[in-house]
Design a protein around this ligand. Structure first.
Ligand SMILES: C[S@@+](CC[C@H](N)C(=O)[O-])C[C@H]1O[C@@H](n2cnc3c(N)ncnc32)[C@H](O)[C@@H]1O
Length: 292
């Protein structure tokens, strides 16, 4: 493991401490991201072309009815929620999984994982025939043989831009897929990252790739580097929501940051009394399949 990768992990743990983890799930913004991510994963179907939904989403989205004809529900699935955080997305997917499915959540952050473990205890009561497992580890460590060729679906939501050595991590995750298994990355994206002067690491270091990654870089990482097939990376939706200044500085386009500095963004006061500013932010979905 490189020193910089280890430093990025420490920065993530420091910035997203237990105090932050406890309020994380309750943030309006997190509930919003979570509902959109859940919908996208529930509607994920490797045989269907991704919908070019350029539309602006400005409220929680409805989820499909459990029992409907979804890829994720068709047979017992083995799923890895990588960089799982508190596991709120795993909880949303659980009612759609067949008995005999398993969901493993991996993360490097003990604080988030404490909350995920508490969540698993509740999920084991409501879904006794699904196996849930929490693993605190950096997958670049050697002790990961148990995950080799194990998963039908591995997903990462709004976490890829936190991972310094995302290329090596992705290569490792590809090894964790079964044959015909799928990797799905949903992350923030803004066009500024395509420019020569793309922003890099945010102050503090928890965000390693401000604004996300270039579309070609995502495709190259999943395809040439990790050996996945049917690779794609497309911006698919624009979310309109209120977020704090720090988030905007670390994730948004320069024009949004300029509007913030010029006092041109609509404002509101959060429950804790802090200022929030209304922005739109794009999401990208990158997918690949392990064919052999
Ligand atoms: C913004 S949170 C997203 C959590 C969750 N996926 C969600 O959608 O709510 C980013 C997560 O990435 C995790 N993370 C950062 N670097 C990581 C790494 N190298 N390996 C595993 N997880 C990592 C953090 O600990 C944190 O839980």
């Amino acid at each position: 493991m490189s020193e910089t990768h280890a430093e990025a992990i420490e920065a993530n743990k420091k910035e997203m401490d237990l105090n932050f983890a406890r309020i994380y799930d309750e943030l309006d913004s997190q509930k919003f991201f979570n509902s959109v991510n859940a919908r996208v994963l529930l509607e994920f179907d490797p045989l269907k072309v991704l919908p070019p939904t350029d539309s602006v989403i400005d409220k929680l989205v409805d989820l499909p009815k459990p029992g409907s004809d979804l890829w994720i529900s068709k047979e017992p699935r083995s799923i890895l929620d990588f960089a799982v955080g508190t596991g709120s997305l795993t909880e949303k997917l659980a009612p759609y999984l067949q008995n005999g499915s398993e969901v493993v959540g991996i993360d490097i952050n003990e604080s988030f994982m404490l909350l995920f473990t508490e969540r698993i205890e509740r999920l084991e009561v409501t879904h006794p025939d699904i196996k849930f497992e929490a693993v605190i580890n950096d997958v670049l460590n050697d002790d990961t043989a148990q995950f080799q060729d194990r998963f039908d679906l591995i997903f990462l939501t709004i976490s890829y831009h936190h991972i310094h050595n995302y290329e090596t991590v992705t290569k490792k995750l590809a090894l964790f897929l079964k044959k015909d298994g799928h990797l799905v990355i949903i992350d923030f994206y803004n066009e500024d990252v395509e420019k020569e002067t793309a922003p890099g690491k945010a102050p503090g270091g928890a965000v390693q790739h401000m604004g996300g990654l270039k579309l070609e870089k995502l495709k190259e990482t999943l395809g040439d580097l990790s050996g996945l097939s049917n690779v794609s990376a497309v911006p698919f939706a624009e979310l309109k929501l209120f977020l704090p200044e720090k988030f905007i500085m670390n994730h948004s386009t320069q024009s949004t940051i300029d509007a913030l500095k010029d006092g041109k963004l609509p404002q509101k006061i959060a429950k804790d009394g802090s200022n929030l500013f209304e922005i739109t932010i794009k999401l990208v979905i990158a997918t690949g399949t392990k064919l052999s």
